[in-house]
Design a binder for this molecule. Structure first.
Ligand SMILES: Cc1cc2nc3c(=O)[nH]c(=O)nc-3n(C[C@H](O)[C@H](O)[C@H](O)COP(=O)(O)OP(=O)(O)OC[C@H]3O[C@@H](n4cnc5c(N)ncnc54)[C@H](O)[C@@H]3O)c2cc1C
Length: 478
């Protein structure tokens, strides 16, 4: 017998006397409905940073894979929030004597290779200033990233369902049998053997009845792309005001050795400093085009978790005001930006954490800082977003264990991306784009292997997973 999860047919009434149509004063009971069914081996929820890689990995293992995405394109927060992809490398530049190593490869690196070919990436541009933070800056063209990801998904044979919201889970005890999705084509049931939750909000896990909390420990933040500007003049402006911090040179508008990352931790220009502070504006930007500041961030702290629709609606308005204000500030204060305009905005509020999903293992800050490795790891990683305050020991790496992706209490569900890792300072490492991508490759590969063998996630032999990941080009330290 299949039982409905939280999101399906809950129909809870909150007081008042019901009438024959199942209505009360403040609730309405939906009637049951027969849904069309589609069958897959693996379903990945959310075509974002981790989800794209998870779906490609699963499909390449031979699994019939569905990817469900509410927006009209794949990409997620890597195309909407972040300034650069942190980080494919260890922190070799910060620590004398440490060997330079690329520690994330596999599908994430394939995406970069494809982007470079179409002029959509700076390459792994070495940081020449601020390298205590990261050794390289990998900046992307957000629009070409979406297209490249879409094409790679199609080439891998993934069934990509964009403009489709996942709204429920079909449960059989602790096992997910399927998900409910909604689109303009109607409400449907997608069935599969294995599931990967890459929704950032943990929607699938919550529908499946997984345990979660909502820490609300970050500001939400949108980024605005500012067009008709001059990044060299922006850098000169930071230098003139003696605040120039991070700097990297790489591929820009097809030319090598151009500034692709410039920034200051703070600004000291009277008027500008106060205006920037009022709208939570950051001064670090990246670009791969001559006349474009690709990411200027505007932060806003919500009083409650970003799963609260009504608070988010208020924030969407406020943050749009802030993004418009950010462009005004650049026009007013920064030479070369007098005719700047808003060229791109995040389509909806970007979050750094929504639901925190409880998994079999919770990565600790000591795991990250002490560069700990595990006997079931799916990837290694060497970046910390609070560097130099927190760094992975000796410019080394730590491992992401497989069990950190297995959702506690559910037999066939993985979570990856920003939904894992409870400790805020450890999360400041695991939530970064390249780590989310690597987790996606681990979870998608595991889901496909489990589906093929009809196994629950805890029955998969690690040697099989490790073999498949190694064959697919994933880097391991040992
Ligand atoms: C403002 C900001 C700046 C950042 N800066 C950097 C940076 O400079 N460098 C860096 O490395 N990291 C940065 N990060 C962190 C990093 O970008 C994110 O943590 C990471 O991209 C999250 O990836 P994810 O796969 O967990 O989620 P996402 O990439 O957000 O993917 C989730 C996807 O699921 C979809 N989805 C959600 N719910 C549903 C549903 N019910 N049905 C269907 N689809 C659904 C969403 O539309 C989205 O496409 C930043 C984050 C933010 C917010």
């Amino acid at each position: 017998m299949l039982a409905a999860g939280l999101g399906v047919g809950a129909g809870l009434a909150h007081g008042g006397s019901g009438d024959s149509a199942g209505q009360t004063r403040d609730s309405y009971e939906e009637s049951a409905k027969r849904l069309p069914v589609r069958k897959f081996d693996v379903i990945v929820a959310g075509a974002g940073t981790g989800g794209v890689v998870a779906a490609i990995a699963a499909a390449r293992q031979g699994a019939r894979t569905a990817l469900v995405e509410v927006k009209g394109y794949p990409g997620g927060t890597v195309t909407e929030g972040g300034t650069a992809l942190h980080s494919f490398y260890n922190l070799w530049r910060a620590i004398p004597g440490v060997e330079k190593r690329q520690v994330v490869k596999g599908i994430p690196q394939e995406i970069i290779d494809r982007l470079i070919k179409v002029g959509g990436c700076s390459g792994h541009a070495e940081m020449t200033q601020g390298y205590n933070y990261d050794s390289v800056c990998t900046a992307i063209d957000t629009e070409l990233y979406k297209l490249t990801a879409f094409e790679m998904l199609a080439e891998a044979g993934v069934f990509v369902y964009v403009n489709t919201l996942l709204t429920g889970a079909i449960m059989d005890g602790q096992c997910i049998r399927g998900v409910i999705v909604e689109s303009r084509s109607g409400r449907e049931a997608f069935l599969a053997q294995s599931f990967v939750d890459c929704t950032a909000y943990g929607d699938l896990s919550a529908h499946a009845g997984a345990r979660y909390t909502e820490p609300n420990d970050y500001a939400v933040c949108n980024s605005v792309g500012i067009g008709n500007v001059d990044i060299d003049k922006y850098h000169a402006f930071l230098e003139a005001n003696q605040v120039s911090g991070q700097l990297a040179k790489g591929l820009r508008s097809g030319q090598p050795d151009r500034i692709v990352r410039a920034g200051a931790e703070w600004i000291n220009v009277p008027g500008m400093a106060e205006a920037a502070r009022t709208i939570g504006m950051g001064m670090i930007t990246t670009t791969v085009h001559d006349n474009y500041l690709m990411f200027i961030k505007c932060n806003l702290k919500l009083p409650v978790s970003p799963t609260n629709r009504d608070e988010v609606a208020k924030a969407e308005l406020e943050i749009r005001r802030r993004m418009a204000k950010a462009v005004e500030i650049f026009r007013k204060y920064v030479p070369g930006c007098e005719k700047a305009f808003m060229a791109r905005t995040s389509p909806s509020l970007c979050i750094r954490r929504g639901r925190l999903i409880e998994c079999d293992y919770d990565i600790t800050l000591a795991d990250v800082l002490e560069a700990r490795h595990f006997d079931d790891e799916v990837m290694v990683y060497g970046f910390h977003d609070s560097a130099p305050r927190y760094q992975v020991k000796n410019g080394s790496t730590y491992g992401i264990p497989y069990r950190a992706l297995c959702v506690k209490g559910i037999e066939n569900l993985y979570a990856c991306g920003m939904m894992i890792t409870s400790n805020h300072d450890a999360h400041m490492s695991t939530r970064n784009t390249v780590c989310c991508m690597g987790q996606g490759q681990g979870a998608g590969t595991a889901a496909a292997l489990c589906a093929e063998r009809k196994l629950g996630s805890r029955d998969l032999k690690y040697t099989q997973l490790r073999g498949a990941l190694t064959k697919a080009g994933v880097y391991f330290d040992t």
